[in-house]
Design a protein around this ligand. Structure first.
Ligand code: MRU
Length: 353
């Protein structure tokens, strides 16, 4: 099974699958500037917490060749180090919620601050590639760690897309499914559409069907009645940011699915690498939630479906409190019933491990 190559860095260019065009067209977008990378992240050409971080890391490397920067009259901008710092700060404004973006940019900043100017360009590319490679390993480890939780069940529900398109390879929530699929033991997958941008209906359904996994798309409003009918045995989702006590920000609509799962006595699993944790935040209410434009809700595909006089809300994410989460699966293992204590232990084990 070959996973889609969500993003790659070749000849000092960042090449992205243009996810705004899927599933109709498998097209690539080539970024040669920091500005283009920022725009690609903002427009969700590349999306999903880990993929945003990797793309931004490569985006920093493009500052070396950015014509806008070369032409700058600002003296500080002609100094390579400040050019890269400027790129890091600019890319950090592309989207606010996924902490992986800031984590990856902090790694790039560390290289800028610790490397001699003559070695900087190569060192930054090497660091971005390391971030990319580590992500690949993390996805496979999450797959291995999460597989026993989904093994033997008939049907799992997932929300949004936390698959290969959201990372460098298998994804997070979909990684245990891909792991089990290798031996023909994957559960059937229900992908809810995920209004308003349909990451479930467009992206999860696309990548799972490409891989030969049995996937069925449902509308967001169907999951409750399917749980009631006993069709769904578990839920697995990804995350954009997890706080120290285990509150989880993920795509809008995750919280109601978690509430439904609890009501029906079903396990609700979150799969995410440790770099999705923001241990500086305790309470999920403090996670910055991206507010997106009106037209994504009011005029999907350019077709108006909401009267002009009506206001529209469009938060891109919601927060699921830790007590609704059965377990968090990371590349290090499984945190059952996450709490501040169990999460702190998980990270302590990571340090000593
Ligand atoms: O707005 P998106 O498409 O970037 O939102 C993506 C999600 O919410 C994913 O579930 C999350 O980033 C985890 S991806 C492994």
């Amino acid at each position: 099974m070959t996973a889609p190559e969500t993003l790659r860095f070749e000849n000092h260019k960042l090449i992205l699958i243009d996810q705004t065009k899927l599933p109709g067209e498998l097209a690539e977008l080539v970024c040669t500037t920091v500005e283009q990378t920022h725009d690609a992240i903002r427009r969700l050409v590349v999306r999903g917490a880990p993929a945003i971080g990797i793309a931004a890391a490569y985006g920093v490397c493009l500052a070396a060749d950015d014509p806008d920067d070369r032409e700058s009259n600002d003296e500080s901008e002609s100094d390579p180090r400040s050019r890269y710092i400027h790129a890091i700060e600019y890319l950090a404004t592309s989207r606010p919620t996924a902490v992986n973006l800031f984590w990856a940019l902090d790694r790039m900043r560390g290289v800028v601050e610790s490397t001699s100017v003559e070695n900087l360009k190569d060192a930054l590319v090497a660091e971005a590639k390391r971030i990319n490679d580590e992500d690949r390993q993390m996805c496979h480890a999450i797959g291995r760690n999460g597989a026993p939780l989904l093994s033997g069940i008939d049907t799992v529900l997932t929300h949004c897309n936390a698959g290969g398109l959201a990372t460098s390879t298998w994804g997070t929530a979909l990684a245990p499914i891909y792991h089990l699929h290798q031996t023909g033991q994957a559960p059937k997958v229900l992908a809810d559409e995920t209004r308003p941008l349909l990451q479930g209906g467009r992206l999860t359904a696309w990548e799972l069907s490409q891989a030969g996994v049995d996937v069925t798309v449902i509308t967001d409003s169907m999951s409750g009645s399917l749980m009631r009918q006993g069709v769904i045995q578990a839920v697995i989702v990804g995350a954009d940011r997890i706080t120290a006590r285990g509150d989880v920000a993920n795509k809008i609509g995750t919280y109601p699915v978690a509430v439904l799962a609890r009501h029906h006595g079903l396990p609700f699993y979150v799969a995410a690498p440790t770099n999705t944790f923001d241990l500086e935040l305790d309470c999920g209410d403090d996670i910055p939630i991206e507010q997106r434009g009106r037209d994504e809700v009011a005029a999907p595909h350019g077709v108006g479906i909401v009267p002009d006089a009506a206001k529209v809300l469009n938060p891109a994410f919601d927060v699921t409190p830790a007590d609704l989460v059965t377990a968090i699966i990371t590349e290090r293992g499984v945190i059952q019933q996450p709490t501040g204590e169990s999460i702190a232990r998980h990270f302590a084990e990571k340090c000593s491990g």
